[in-house]
Design a protein around this ligand. Structure first.
Ligand code: PHE
Length: 346
């Protein structure tokens, strides 16, 4: 082949490569083209091998032409590579576009229910006073819920509680007093225990009654325990819980497992005894809060404790009620409503 023919062929090959480069649609394809045309076995190398057949001046001329063709191809390649790269970046930008300047979403983690918060507070106060915490059983026997509390089968006092029964004769506990017998029987004396727990009653629901509610039972037995120990314990607890010097008023009540039965009342901190209607104390100025009393000798005897040697007291305060009074909540049903407008206030 002479110089003219070689030059023509070079032009054909160059055009072919340039067309392919321009037509390439992705970087891997572009790279394949480069490898195919510029490699040692490519058509350009082929032409180069024909150089020795030319005259010396022609060799120089053709050598320069090949180099020019190579650099034209290289710049076409570089240009196309840049274009394809940009194309890909833009495509990705549209697909997975992330605006890093948008503030992050806050993950809301919630908090403890007000009843749980105050149950823990009450537990801490009692623990500081030397009480241990005992968990009740959610379902217990008739013996523990009633009989061991001096309320035998057929006793009219059973009507004081609207009790649920399972079909096989067990009781979703009517009151945390269901643990009194177990504590007295199983714990060494002296004993100081509280039983925070969930209770169940078959009651029509209204602003102050729920089928499910919480109580904190207290059981204290030692030698020489008197009513003043009961009053002192409750006054200390209630003053710590409400963070003020709580005043107590005590009136007689009746529960078969305490003798005498008492109702402990506290002064109303909402109206502070002022004239006019108060939804918390209903204008009475005193709030009935803690039924309590010295443990009945029969209850001690049934648990194997000699009532001539030991005495003690028990109470059963309603935790829901304690919380309602602390925060001035008027309707008990808010607690189980799951309504965030209510819950987020605590
Ligand atoms: N268990 C009683 C109730 O729920 C309350 C109570 C407890 C009264 C302990 C006296 C002593 O009605």
């Amino acid at each position: 082949m002479n110089l003219e023919e070689l030059t023509k062929e070079l032009a054909v090959i160059q055009d072919e490569i340039l067309t392919k480069i321009k037509a390439s649609e992705a970087i891997p394809q572009l790279n394949d083209i480069k490898v195919a045309y510029l490699s040692k076995k490519g058509p350009l190398k082929d032409l180069q091998t024909k150089l020795p057949t030319l005259k010396p001046e022609e060799k120089i001329t053709f050598g320069q032409k090949i180099n020019a063709a190579k650099s034209t191809i290289q710049s076409a390649y570089d240009k196309r590579q840049e274009e394809l790269h940009l194309q890909e970046v833009n495509l990705r930008k549209d697909k997975n576009w992330i605006d890093v300047t948008i503030p992050g979403k806050k993950i809301s983690i919630g908090h403890l229910h007000p009843i749980t918060q105050l149950r823990r507070e009450a537990e801490n106060i009692f623990m500081n006073m030397g009480f241990e915490i005992v968990e009740p059983r959610s379902i217990d026997t008739d013996y523990n819920v009633f009989e061991a509390l001096n309320i035998p089968v057929g006793h009219p006092a059973r009507d004081m509680w609207d009790t649920f029964w399972t079909t096989n004769g067990y009781i979703p506990i009517t009151h945390t007093s269901a643990m009194q017998h177990t504590i007295l029987k199983e714990h060494d004396l002296p004993v100081r225990a509280i039983v925070p727990g969930r209770c169940f009653r078959q009651e029509a629901t209204d602003a102050t009654h729920e089928h499910t509610f919480y109580q904190i039972e207290g059981v204290y037995v030692d030698k020489n325990i008197t009513l003043s120990d009961l009053i002192g314990t409750l006054k200390t607890f209630l003053s710590a819980f409400y963070d003020r010097d709580v005043q107590l008023r005590i009136q007689p009540s009746y529960f078969p497992f305490v003798e005498p039965g008492l109702e402990i009342m506290i002064d109303c901190a909402i109206c502070k005894g002022k004239e006019g209607y108060c939804s918390t104390c209903r204008g009475k100025r005193w709030i009935e809060l803690v039924p309590a009393g010295p443990i009945h000798p029969n209850v001690l005897t049934m648990a194997g404790i000699d009532p001539n040697e030991y005495s003690g007291f028990a109470w059963g305060m309603g935790l829901d009620r304690l919380v309602m009074i602390k925060y001035g909540i008027e309707d008990l049903r808010w607690f189980h409503s799951g309504d965030l407008r209510f819950l987020q206030q605590f």
